[in-house]
Ligand binder design. Sequence first.
Ligand SMILES: Nc1ncnc2c1ncn2[C@@H]1O[C@H](COP(=O)(O)OP(=O)(O)OP(=O)(O)O)[C@@H](O)[C@H]1O
Length: 291
Amino acid sequence: MKICIRELNKSYSDKQVLNNINLELENGMHGLLGPNGAGKTTFMRILTTLLPKTSGEITYDGIKVENKKEVRKIIGYLPQEFSLYPNMSVYETLEYFYLLSDIKPTKSKILCLLEEVHLETCKKLKVKALSGGMKRRLGIAIALINAPKVLIVDEPTAGLDPEERIRFRNLLSDFSKDKVIILSTHIVEDIALSCRSLTVIKEGNIKYSGKVSDFIKIGKNKVWKLPIDIDKLDDIKKDYLVVSTVLEEDRASLKIISEIKPKGAEPVNPTLEDAYMSLMQEVDENVLEIG
Ligand SMILES: Nc1ncnc2c1ncn2[C@@H]1O[C@H](COP(=O)(O)OP(=O)(O)OP(=O)(O)O)[C@@H](O)[C@H]1O
């Protein structure tokens, strides 16, 4: 599967929220990262045919996004918020969504799907008895009903405990072998640990698109460790972006993001989060293409 996005623009009334987006996505897991209001949900809703674009072209193996019926057959979507009937069992919920999708539900299909998302032992549980992570996994099972070639998931790990987040990431990684998975998140670690490529959107513009490993290079020579006396902390925070502070009695060890080396600081290797923070700090409007 190959998704081609060319010169995509979207405006709500006179407010432009996506600006000339160009992207090509193939099988594998792709991260979509950006601050609140960057345009991620709008972008995903356009990809899923739920929202019309203002201009541009989107194709799925050559099928245009305007061909809603065909495109919906190949897409599964897990939105940020989705509601289920609390008194239905897990099994009944899938049965119900099969019927809504116009696909005949059979016991073997439902059990197979439950196995895929590791909910086979919960089939009789009512939805209201599921944990947040279990509900999201049920959401993925629903999104997989039509055996999609593209799976789009919006903020799936927000609010999950570490164990469920790992389980969820692993689940998506398993599916990414033969699907395009687009994972939108605020959680940089989720991208670092599961995605091969990354697109960063800020204010409707692509600020970076490429390999996750290359993205980290953006933070090179911009991340510093600075030990200081604790009474200097407020002054330093006025001058620099401090991303972490470890306090030890009357001293503090700071991690700072800065284009210029702060006096007395040592360079440190950037993490993905450091690279993201340094990119968000940049005022430059140019798209970065590395690697
Ligand atoms: N229906 C709408 N009408 C008008 N403006 C909208 C509408 N939906 C979204 N917007 C605006 O479009 C911009 C992008 O919103 P969007 O929800 O796509 O961002 P996001 O990156 O998904 O944010 P978040 O991470 O907070 O979910 C925001 O400025 C938002 O206020």
